[in-house]
Write a protein that binds this ligand. Structure first.
Ligand code: EPU
Length: 435
């Protein structure tokens, strides 16, 4: 087992370049299933989830080549593709559910194991299913598999989501592009990753209007063709670097990032005392004073992103003042607070509110990552804690942050990826023993 060993105290300074968004590229990969032939996706991050999705597509019959050095994926989709997504892959990554819409649309049937992924709440599929049912699919379940069938093909439908779900909007959009007739998805999610997916589908020949708004209208077409598409930059990774600059009193220029996708989060950093400078192709965040605590509440885009909530709790823990952080999307996303408390943070949870009292001086300890964003938030806490913090279960972090330790080292941090020996593990020790 590997852990990150972080020595606190560094000011992070320098430049980072952000790759394409995890939460976009996984859906772009699923969307290639809609057209036989070879599609190419660029700007692809070398993260675990991309490898899992690549394997899932291979098992459906696609040939997938990932050149991680240049961030380029080629996916060659055969005329006839499989329709079963194995449990062992799907349980590792909830985003696997993104193949449901494309498979039903293209093959007329999909057997997808019920997904796993982050341990951050119930994360139902009711809106995905209701939308596909409105388009003519029917669902059954069998031995842990969800089976969708539309033997006569899908037809267009008017759909109103109960909530602007990212995953449901994407699945329904990918199904509607090949459905017969017109579809309207109302109360659709507006995330930049949805716009990215929609733009790729349009380049494949789809007819879509209203991307980036709450009403997406689709006129189905009978065939789509393969494309070359560049992934939108990862706003959550960019935002994570921005919070790191503010947290460590640092100065980081974030290249290949879209500040307009992070408006509220960057405003919050300004409120915390940071300077945010917009630049060509990115932005710079620097901090020359002690941070002030800021209240945040997560909402669907363009609201404050849930995927930056744990990072802001870490910032607030060491910032001056009391703050309230409200989580409106994933009920279990405060689980990591337990771990932050081990470092000396003062956080009380009441339902979906976290009350953070700062400033606290954090002190290094052994902590455990519970999901990708929680994991990075704990590494961040380690950066400002006195002494050594050991973060275990870092496979969660690998799901969303490529080469985190190397980039942090370049920025001046002291962090190492350390392998625990079997002896450590047998002794129940999650911290490396240095002889
Ligand atoms: N929900 C339902 N029923 C549904 C669909 C969603 O109840 O049919 C609920 C979920 O249980 C959850 C809420 O609605 O409480 C939001 O779910 P949504 O569908 O919007 O999120 P998602 O598609 O499951 C994606 C990202 C998440 C990100 C959210 C919100 C991917 C692979 N995941 O999840 O990313 O937090 O949108 O922006 O795109 C992460 O990267 O750390 C991460 C968790």
């Amino acid at each position: 087992m590997e852990v990150f060993e972080v020595h606190g105290g560094a000011r992070l300074c320098g430049r980072v370049a952000v790759a394409g968004a995890k939460n976009s590229v996984l859906k772009l990969m699923a969307a290639t299933l809609l057209a036989p032939g070879e599609s190419t996706i660029t700007g692809v991050p070398d993260i675990l989830d991309v490898h899992i999705m690549a394997e899932l597509l291979r098992r459906l019959g696609a040939q997938v080549t990932f050149r991680a050095d240049i961030g380029e994926l080629t996916i060659d989709v055969p005329e006839h593709i499989g329709h079963q997504a194995d449990y062992d892959l799907v349980r590792q990554m909830r985003a696997s559910i993104a193949i449901l819409g494309p498979l039903v649309a293209r093959v007329g049937v999909a057997d997808v194991a019920l997904p796993g992924g982050d341990a951050i709440g119930s994360r139902g599929l009711d809106m995905h299913m209701a939308g596909l049912e409105a388009m003519g699919a029917s669902f059954t379940s069998d031995h842990g598999y969800l089976i969708a069938a539309a033997p006569k093909g899908l037809h267009g439908a008017a759909m109103v989501l109960d909530f602007p779900s990212v995953g449901a909007t994407e699945n329904l959009l990918m199904a509607a592009v090949l459905a017969h007739g017109q579809s309207v998805i109302d109360n659709a999610a507006r995330e930049p990753e949805i716009v990215d997916l929609g733009e790729m589908l349009i380049a494949m020949g789809a007819q879509i209007e209203g991307l980036g708004t709450s009403t997406i209208a689709v006129t189905g077409v009978s065939v789509l063709h393969p494309v070359v598409h560049a992934t939108v930059p990862d706003r959550i990774v960019a935002g994570t670097w921005a919070v790191m600059a503010a947290l460590t009193g640092g100065d980081i220029t974030i290249d290949h990032a879209e500040a307009s996708h992070l408006e509220i989060a960057l405003d919050k950093l300004t409120d915390a005392g940071a300077y945010v400078e917009h630049q060509q192709g990115g932005f710079r965040v620097r901090m020359d004073r002690a941070p002030k605590a800021v209240d945040v509440a997560t909402f669907p885009y363009p609201g404050f992103p849930t995927d930056l909530q744990p990072q802001f709790i870490t910032l607030n823990a060491v910032a001056a003042g009391a703050s309230m952080v409200t989580e409106n999307l994933f009920e279990a996303r405060f689980r990591f607070v337990q771990e932050l408390l081990r470092l000396g943070a003062d956080v009380r949870i009441d339902g979906h509110h976290a009350f953070v009292q700062g400033p606290r001086r954090l002190a290094g300890a052994a902590v455990q990552a519970t999901d990708v964003r929680a994991g990075v938030a704990l590494v961040m806490a380690g950066l400002v804690a006195e002494g050594v913090t050991t973060v275990s279960d870092i496979h969660h972090i690998d799901r969303g942050y490529a080469g985190l330790a190397a980039t942090l080292t370049d920025l001046g941090a002291s962090i190492e990826r350390v392998t625990l020996t079997d002896v450590d593990l047998r002794a129940g020790n999650r911290q490396p023993v240095h002889l």
